[in-house]
Design a protein around this ligand. Structure first.
Ligand code: SF4
Ligand code: SF4
Length: 138
């Protein structure tokens, strides 16, 4: 199907705007710039006072705000520049930068724990069901 849009991989140099100008707004949404990150901002909602300085200064609009309060960080677009952590008031320090590799390892551990917990809960439920059906579960 021809959508009228050219695939970037198939574009030639004549298709690239002079000086690489960005000719339409909002194109960053199509690219997960967070993949470049070496450090990840870790936000602590318990410490956050919602001053929104991080939201004002983030160059990638990656601080997610709802009803005037920070609700999280868009890690698909955060490049890990650390500006948010720098601007967060020193008495608060609600954002800390950690090595991406360490954060990923921690994420992996959490997923493993959740999978194991779900597996155990599922096994418990199956045992209860078998008991209900008059099985000989101990
Ligand atoms: S590290 Fe940089 S890009 Fe990421 S949320 Fe903070 S200010 Fe935005
Ligand atoms: S700068 Fe720090 S305290 Fe202020 S909204 Fe952001 S995370 Fe919360």
């Amino acid at each position: 199907m021809n959508t009228g849009e050219k695939d970037w991989d198939k574009k030639g140099w004549k298709d690239v705007p002079i000086a690489g100008l960005i000719t339409e707004p909002g194109t960053a949404r199509r690219y997960k710039t967070g993949e470049w990150r070496t450090h990840r901002p870790v936000w602590d909602p318990e410490k956050c006072i919602n001053c929104l300085l991080c939201w004002i200064y983030c160059p990638d609009s990656a601080i997610q705000v709802k009803d005037g309060k920070v609700v999280g960080i868009d890690l698909e677009h955060c490049k890990g520049c650390g500006i948010c952590a720098h601007e967060c008031p020193s008495k608060v320090r609600a954002i800390n930068m950690v090595l991406e590799s360490e954060a990923e390892a921690e994420d992996g551990e959490k997923v493993k724990e959740e999978t194991m917990r779900e597996g155990e809960e599922g096994e418990k439920e199956r045992k209860e069901e078998r008991k209900g059906e008059g099985g000989n579960e101990k």
